[in-house]
Design a binder for this molecule. Structure first.
Ligand code: FRU
Length: 513
């Protein structure tokens, strides 16, 4: 076994979440699907365990769940220069003139990224002739320079109605998203600036524009602008907000000024979507960490993971009994789901451990342990539906606790607490539960999201993978992604107890990497 293999084996690694081989990883970059392959590039500082001198790491997948790592795809020309975040497009019509006739149409990948050098950020392009494994920088870079120190994270899409490439770039500390248009990816003309709304925090980063279909009517779509903020998120540190609206080829206009948060957890940042996909649906992914503490979390040879990829749709979500709000719906992509879609699973296996188990609501204010399951893997998912017990009108607050623990009884505790107005979903990842000696003043012990009561039952989907917990409520209407660090070993057991709720637990699946 090589040293690399040994390190890989000894390190704590999620099974179904992507991690780099070594060094520090942050944002997803260059997401593109071509010829049956999903490309995931990412910010990688591979010489150290904190952010430093990022370049583009690279991984590929055939099913969005099993990833193969490759060598760095875009390499900085010198130690003083960094390759910051950006995107990839497929220039199949060779609008850029960078490709020869012999390059397969689908192989014509162009990366658009920020070059961070000497206190200046400019936008550059590089092209690949081998389908995205190696890139050659364009000879006349930069392709966009406004002489600005904080001007970064280009996202490019092809806009069919106006027949041009559109690039969004964050003018980070001016709280603007610059929109630019181009016929050829090389010359860019300023079109407009989106001034935002919502939360500003310290700076804007990682804009992403996409046309998202409605859940119940795939032909009906609206434009969605994802915008990452760090630091200064309402929960602290980093978060991703979004705006829903229209884009006319020049200007994005938001349909209202309400703050919409994409994922209500602490650890989902810099979200981006794939330029193309296998089925015309919209898929995205986020960095499962937070700049508030992400460079300090327990780690040995590598630091941080991506979230699960998610499928994005839009749906009206009720806020209370009279008002609803158009919202971004996110559903995780998992091996089981892709299998049922008929996609290749690369030999992955998921096993259903249990059929279904029903817990009857208890009238006494007593916590009963009602469900216990041990797992051989450190990655598993389960679904449950809960509602407060109608038979007991005196109960104003009903609780279900799912305790996820390791063999040493260290745990992360998920509490679902229902009252008259809704449900709190709290994750206790504090050192008294996790046994973790690692402490950071800004790593909160308990994190919480709230879901309004708009239906009788709450449907909950939890994915646990080594140190990542992703929770989705009400068919992807709410997402809550948080890390937790058990001191001595991997999570392998789930135990559920309740007080005054009726609950059904079903589909506990072990996930295999
Ligand atoms: C967001 C970010 C980007 C930048 C990159 C540098 O997390 O700060 O704005 O391009 O990380 O690694």
């Amino acid at each position: 076994m090589t040293l690399e293999d040994r390190e890989e084996k000894e390190d704590r690694r999620p099974l179904v979440h992507f991690t780099p081989r070594k060094g520090f990883m942050n944002d997803p970059n260059g997401l593109v699907y071509s010829k049956g392959i999903w490309h995931l590039y990412f910010q990688l500082s591979d010489q150290q365990m904190v952010a430093g001198h990022p370049e583009w790491g690279h991984a590929t997948s055939r099913d969005l769940t099993h990833w193969t790592r490759h060598g760095k795809a875009i390499i900085a020309p010198s130690e003083k220069v960094s390759i910051f975040s950006g995107c990839c497009v497929i220039d199949s019509h060779n609008t850029s003139g960078l490709f020869t006739e012999t390059t397969d149409l689908e192989d014509r990948l162009v990366a658009v990224y920020t070059l961070h050098a000497d206190g200046l950020e400019t936008q550059c392009i590089a092209y690949s002739n081998d389908g995205g494994y190696t890139f050659t920088p364009y000879g006349d870079n930069p392709i966009l320079d406004i002489n600005c120190a904080d001007f970064r994270d280009p996202k490019v899409i092809w806009h069919e109605p106006s027949n041009q490439w559109i690039m969004l770039v964050a003018k980070c500390r001016q709280f603007q998203i610059g929109f630019y248009g181009s016929p050829d990816l090389k010359t860019w003309q300023h079109l407009s600036d989106f001034e935002g709304g919502g939360v500003r925090g310290y700076q804007y980063e990682m804009p992403n524009l996409m046309q998202v279909p409605f859940d119940d009517d795939p032909l009906h779509k609206k434009w969605v602008l994802l915008l990452s903020i760090s630091p200064g998120a309402p929960l602290g540190g980093s978060f991703t907000q979004y705006f829903i609206g229209d884009f006319d080829g020049t200007r994005f206009s938001s349909l209202d000024n309400y703050l919409r948060t994409a994922d209500l957890g602490k650890d989902w940042y810099a979200a981006q979507t794939w330029f193309s996909s296998s089925d015309d649906q919209v898929y995205g992914i986020g960095w499962a960490s937070n700049w508030q503490y992400g460079q300090k979390v327990p780690a040995r040879t590598y630091r941080s993971a991506m979230s699960l990829p998610r499928k994005f749709t839009l749906r009206e979500v009720s806020l209370n009994d009279v008002t609803s709000s158009l919202s971004l719906i996110m559903r995780p992509v998992l091996p089981r789901i892709s299998q049922s879609n008929g996609a290749t699973s690369n030999g992955s296996s998921t096993s259903e451990l249990d059929g279904s188990i029903t817990i009857n609501g208890s009238d006494q204010l007593r916590i009963d342990s009602v469900y216990n399951k041990s797992m051989k893997n450190s990655a598993f998912e389960f679904k449950l539906t809960i509602s407060s017990t109608p038979s007991n009108p005196a109960v104003t607050s009903a609780t279900l606790i799912a305790e996820i623990s390791n063999a040493q009884h260290q745990s992360v505790r998920l509490s679902f607490i229902i009252d008259e107005q809704g449900m709190y979903c709290s994750v206790n990842r504090g050192s008294s539960c996790t046994g973790s000696k690692w402490e950071h003043p800004l790593y909160e012990d308990k994190v919480c999201m709230w879901i309004p009561k708009t239906q009788v039952e709450y449907d909950i989907h939890v994915i646990i993978d080594e140190y990542i917990c992703e929770i989705f409520v009400n068919e992807g209407s709410y997402a809550f992604t948080n890390t937790f660090f058990l001191e001595d070993g991997s999570p392998s057991r789930i135990s559920v107890s309740h007080d005054g709720v009726a609950a059904k637990i079903f589909n506990v699946y072990e996930l295999d990497g």
